[in-house]
Design a protein around this ligand. Sequence first.
Ligand SMILES: Cc1cc2nc3c(=O)[nH]c(=O)nc-3n(C[C@H](O)[C@H](O)[C@H](O)COP(=O)(O)OP(=O)(O)OC[C@H]3O[C@@H](n4cnc5c(N)ncnc54)[C@H](O)[C@@H]3O)c2cc1C
Length: 291
Amino acid sequence: MKALLFSETPENFNRLSSMLKKLGLDIHGISFSEVKADYIYLANERLDYPSIVKAFEELGNKLNPDLYVFSSTKLGKEVASRFSQRTGLPCLTECLSVEIDGSSIIATRYSLGGKTLMKIKTDLPAVIAVVADAFEIEDFDFKMEKVDFEIKEADGINVISREEKRREKVGLRNADVVVCFGRGVRRKEDIELIEKLAEKLNAEIGCTRPISHDYRWLPEERMIGLSGEKISPKLLISIGVSGQIQHAVGIMNSKTVIAINNDENAPMKEYSDYYVIADLYSLIPELIKLL
Ligand SMILES: Cc1cc2nc3c(=O)[nH]c(=O)nc-3n(C[C@H](O)[C@H](O)[C@H](O)COP(=O)(O)OP(=O)(O)OC[C@H]3O[C@@H](n4cnc5c(N)ncnc54)[C@H](O)[C@@H]3O)c2cc1C
């Protein structure tokens, strides 16, 4: 059995190729850099969705793979769904585990916005987008045969210029201390309070989705949760965060969690070691003074 794999980063690529190798598949991979696969199609870096779909159609027709695999990133999910729409193949995104069962695949994936997990079985060939972080890079004996490959511009697409998206460098993933705030902070100016506390604790600042995506007070790199960063600090101080499951999946590996909330029964209580029922506007200035 064969898989055709694409991921925009070598780390995600190698996590997924290890996962596929464990299932006993031969891996044909399109990549921009050296990666672990049986056949590596070293391509020029073209990252527009239609061109990657075109490359998959071209190689797919030649190789007839059983599985078309992407990482479940924004780009990966977009390409997977477009490719599936064009070929009529079934498509599963947000996959957390994958098994082969004869001529079918069984995948576990998030559903209802991450509140539940569902298991789905579908016939092969199929298109899947997999959460790469769920898998480790392992040392398999890959054939490592290299083939030059050009991702051509898709018809009707004329790239005039490319500009790197400005991203803030954020060390949330490896931070020992994180101060995360949510909608309990009422105004943008009040972030100063959070910043002062974070400075005292030498902490990275994280936030919930409404803060980065609805209000746009912080860049998306600071969002913690299902669609953001998964953190594992020694200490997380969570301020004015309700603790909905989509946020909570990002904090579950934190060692000690202190939550500050004025609602005595917010879901955040369930994920906290210490749950302080207080108005953040009264408590945080006092805390800063004490520190
Ligand atoms: C598909 C999908 C993916 C999602 N992915 C993510 C994700 O990755 N990350 C994420 O964060 N969200 C995500 N969400 C959104 C998520 O469901 C919640 O809506 C969001 O996490 C709520 O943010 P919040 O806690 O800041 O706001 P709210 O739910 O409004 O909570 C604010 C909290 O602040 C408390 N509060 C208010 N005033 C004070 C005060 N003065 N002092 C102390 N406490 C106070 C309130 O009691 C409340 O508990 C996703 C949703 C969907 C559907």
